[in-house]
Design a protein around this ligand. Structure first.
Ligand SMILES: Nc1ncnc2c1ncn2[C@@H]1O[C@H](COP(=O)(O)OP(=O)(O)OP(=O)(O)O)[C@@H](O)[C@H]1O
Ligand SMILES: [Mg+2]
Length: 237
């Protein structure tokens, strides 16, 4: 569903991502770990087409960066939800309005917006808070709103950038439970984090990024463990 082939991204002389090749299958759940500056956010941004690669090709479903038309990017983003490191909520709007925003932008009718927003708020455990102002929420609740907003278009893939970065361990565990539920629903999930322990404890695939490169010996534990413990459907795209 997602494939990166020999992807590099440079900013001037600085190589943020270097010769990365990887695939993410439909319904997969994987972690992207690495120290600060390793290139995690850059890599997620490349998949989301926030950035174009300096070389190599990023493919998401039927979209590919070497044959990209600008006009197609909004359509692609409906298939890929992004949860930003800093939430990026509209502080003075309600929970409901923050989550509804991508649907309003897409021109959905009010009735279907209401149905879908209620559904995702239920999914992230915030149904009772829909009228609250975003700025009145705790960090963990803001993160849930950001996840709900990223899910509202029913994406095939959810990218979460350091979703537990500023949360206490218990709240962080709650966010991971939400992401697990999202994945059980069939959405592929890629989580970027410093939290090596959480990634390892999850038993999921762990991609280890170091100075822009995926360390080959840590990539794809399926190669080492014949797929035991993997969940989710596989599909060709
Ligand atoms: N827009 C940009 N312009 C210039 N340099 C950039 C830009 N974005 C990222 N970089 C550089 O690319 C490298 C990788 O940055 P990136 O933000 O992807 O790392 P990260 O792994 O997400 O780090 P963190 O864990 O601190 O969020 C860093 O050296 C960063 O300074
Ligand atoms: Mg980052």
């Amino acid at each position: 569903m997602v494939s990166l082939r020999n992807v590099s991204k440079s900013y001037g002389d600085l190589v943020a991502v270097e010769d990365v090749s990887l695939k993410i299958e439909r319904g997969e759940y994987a972690f992207l770990i690495g120290p600060s500056g390793a290139g995690k956010t850059t890599l997620l941004g490349l998949i989301h087409h926030d950035e174009l690669p300096s070389s190599g090709v990023v493919e998401v479903g039927s979209f590919r960066t070497d044959r990209l038309r600008r006009a197609h990017i909004p359509k692609l983003r409906r298939h890929v939800g992004f949860v930003y490191q800093d939430f990026r909520l509209i502080a003075d709007r309600s929970v409901y309005e923050n989550v509804a925003l991508p649907l309003r932008v897409a021109g959905a009718p009010n009735r279907s917006i209401a149905r879908r927003v209620n559904e995702v708020l239920l999914q992230v455990g915030l149904f009772g808070r829909l009228r609250d102002r975003a700025s009145d929420l705790s960090g963990g609740e803001m993160q849930r709103v950001a996840i709900a907003r990223a899910l509202v278009n029913q994406p095939l893939l959810l990218l979460a950038d350091e979703p537990t970065g500023n949360l206490d361990p218990e709240t962080a565990a709650g966010i991971y439970r939400v992401l697990e539920r999202v994945n059980v629903g069939g959405t592929a999930v890629l989580v970027a984090t410093h939290d090596r322990a959480a990634a390892r404890a999850s038993g999921r695939r762990v991609l280890h990024l170091e100075r822009g490169r995926i360390l080959p010996d840590t990539d794809d534990r399926r190669a080492l463990s014949d797929g035991a413990g993997e969940r989710g459907e596989r599909g060709d795209e």
